[in-house]
Write a protein that binds this ligand. Structure first.
Ligand SMILES: *[C@@H]1O[C@H](CO)[C@@H](O)[C@H](O)[C@H]1NC(C)=O
Ligand SMILES: *[C@@H]1O[C@H](CO)[C@@H](O)[C@H](O)[C@H]1NC(C)=O
Ligand SMILES: *[C@@H]1O[C@H](CO)[C@@H](O)[C@H](O)[C@H]1NC(C)=O
Ligand SMILES: *[C@@H]1O[C@H](CO)[C@@H](O)[C@H](O)[C@H]1NC(C)=O
Length: 527
């Protein structure tokens, strides 16, 4: 024992460097595709990949301590899944294995925060057939919810209310008369349903059907393939303090306010039955193919991701976010703020607009691998591309929505560690790499050594501040054969430790190419 301890005193671990590869900053060759369709970085300690984005514009206002939640998938994304980045864009968490993942958020249920998302099959015709998942702060799955009445849960919405209910979107094939469109009388349509379900019991509390409140002819969509005809396309559901619902439907160009008891339509914003006088010459009610309609500003405004620049229509010159002031007495609508990306993105499908607690606005561009944070007045603060601008529209890197939330992640796994010996055999140097998928709380990593793992007497070799996802500690002249790393929180409490490794027989480390491109494999049908 004594000898072992003395040997530790000989050990000298010197310096640390940030192991993560930095993002690109306003790199025009990135946007020309010089680094491939989806530049990524890998890690030594664990076989995970994370985006290496191009940050075109940055403001420290965006570093608000919140995390970014997105669900990468697409032609150039090897495996679809759920990903968390921190407010500086550093990688925090990844999980695949669910199939297609959509709409990741942090939501409160019975006083606890959960990671929530939809996963399942998105090839059923522009929507989804799957389930809604809730993970706790250790990333353990604690709830899996399906739609009621034997129907499939759709990918577009999963909103947990303060009453502990879930608002979900559901698509169902029903009969429809398609003669107004020059098709058969006994045709088929996709009906769209709101379901409100009690999370604890799975009991259906409320259901609403678009086909009982909208005429098929209110669609704004051509009918290229009426089999079944998706005339409405529900894609967001919000509920207010009065218990009424606010829904967005892409193919009628409408936001509909629905009585939460009777299901009657109270009013419609936009579309063929618009109830509002537009005080902004059409700019408040003229949105098209829109997504993510939300009450904001204490129920006085509605925010919308306006896909008016949608692929085969190009009505608007570019995708925009809009904040519309709603006067429910005078029945007027007025454009308050427009959130316009300086690169004039055409968000062909999907997309999100979130008003952050400080009044900033985050837009995720859905089909297009980009996100932008705006000040409340529409000024661009931070602008990030996950893939080259020249290939926007290809669907290479998509995320249905992109949101920011506060989050505390305490994984129930062990941190990962790898040892990489210097190429110079004379140098006596080994780099130790440490990471912990999903952790948000470790502030320092302590490297410890022992010559006898069984005896369990460990001594500290070195300590480094955690920077980014993977931290690097350089070891020099280490004699202790066994090494482990422990993660400490801000108070010095041990949150987790790696297995003990004989660093002289290092485990295989992962290669570190700067970017990775992959062939087009997955199909992405949702919009
Ligand atoms: C990004 O680079 C372009 C030139 O390629 C320049 O015009 C622009 O001002 C730069 N943006 C920032 C935020 O530095
Ligand atoms: C909205 O318009 C419909 C007619 O399309 C009308 O019946 C209804 O009363 C209007 N609602 C409001 C709140 O003005
Ligand atoms: C490497 O480290 C060991 C242990 O401290 C020491 O005995 C040895 O001399 C060192 N070799 C070199 C080349 O520094
Ligand atoms: C490592 O060991 C070698 C040989 O004993 C010695 O010359 C060198 O100073 C040591 N390096 C450190 C950083 O202690």
């Amino acid at each position: 024992m004594a000898l072992g301890y003395i040997l530790f005193l000989l050990a000298t671990a010197i310096s640390w460097t940030r192991a993560d590869v930095d993002p690109f900053f306003n790199d025009s060759t990135f946007d020309e595709g010089a680094y491939g369709p989806y530049p990524q970085k890998s890690y030594k300690s664990v076989g995970l990949w994370s985006p290496r984005p191009n940050i075109l514009q940055w403001d420290t206002q965006c570093e608000d301590g919140q995390y970014t939640f997105w669900t990468p998938r697409g032609n150039r994304v090897d495996e679809a899944g759920a990903m968390i980045l921190d407010s500086k864009g550093d990688f925090v968490w990844w999980r695949g294995g669910y199939g297609q993942v959509y709409n990741m958020q942090v939501q409160e249920y019975r006083g606890e925060l959960y990671l929530t998302f939809w996963a399942g099959d998105d090839t059923v015709g522009g929507h989804g057939a799957g389930y809604y998942y809730m993970l706790d702060s250790s990333y353990k799955q604690v709830h899996k919810l399906g739609a009621a009445n034997g129907l499939d849960g759709d990918l577009h919405e999963f909103q947990i209310t303060p009453e502990g209910t879930a608002l979900i979107s559901v698509y169902e094939v029903i009969d429809g008369d398609l003669t107004p469109f020059g098709h058969e009388k006994d045709g088929k349509i996709w009906d769209c349903l709101i379901q409100e379900i009690d999370l604890a019991t799975g009991k259906l509390l409320f259901q609403w059907r678009a086909s009982e409140h909208y005429e098929l002819t209110e669609t704004q969509r051509e009918v290229p393939n009426p089999d079944p005809f998706d005339f409405f396309h529900l894609n967001s559901i919000d509920k207010d303090l009065k218990g009424n619902y606010l829904i967005s439907s892409r193919f009628t160009f409408t936001v509909t306010y629905i009585n939460g008891v009777t299901g009657d339509i109270i009013w419609i914003l936009g579309g063929k039955r618009n109830n509002f006088t537009d005080l902004s010459g059409g700019k408040a009610t003229g949105f098209m193919y829109q997504h993510d309609a939300r009450w904001s500003d204490d129920y006085t405004t509605i925010t919308i991701f306006d896909n008016g620049a949608e692929d085969w229509h190009y009505v608007e010159p570019y995708t925009r976010g809009i904040r519309i002031k709603i006067d429910q007495e005078a029945m007027t609508a007025e454009l308050v703020t427009e959130y316009a990306n300086p690169h004039h993105i055409y968000g062909m499908s999907q997309g999100s607009l979130q008003t952050l607690p400080n009044g900033n606005v985050l837009m995720g561009y859905g089909n297009t691998g980009a996100m932008t944070e705006y000040a409340g007045d529409g000024t661009v603060l931070c602008d990030v591309h996950f893939g080259p601008e020249t290939w926007f529209g290809s669907g290479d890197i998509q995320s249905y929505r992109t949101y920011k939330f506060n989050w505390v992640g305490r994984p129930d796994t062990k941190p990962d560690i790898a040892f990489v010996r210097s190429d110079d055999p004379a140098s006596n140097e080994t780099s130790v790499f440490v990471s912990w998928n999903g952790d948000t709380e470790v502030r320092r990593w302590v490297l410890e050594g022992t010559d006898d793992v069984e005896a369990g007497k460990w001594s500290a070799l070195n300590e480094v501040a955690r920077k980014g996802f993977e931290s690097q500690i350089l070891m020099k002249n280490i004699t202790a054969p066994y090494v482990r790393a422990r993660g400490l929180d801000k108070d010095g409490k041990v949150l987790g430790e790696t297995d003990a490794w004989n660093w002289k027989e290092p485990k295989v480390s992962y290669s570190l190419p700067i970017s990775r491109s992959s062939p087009s494999t997955s199909l992405n049908h949702a919009f």
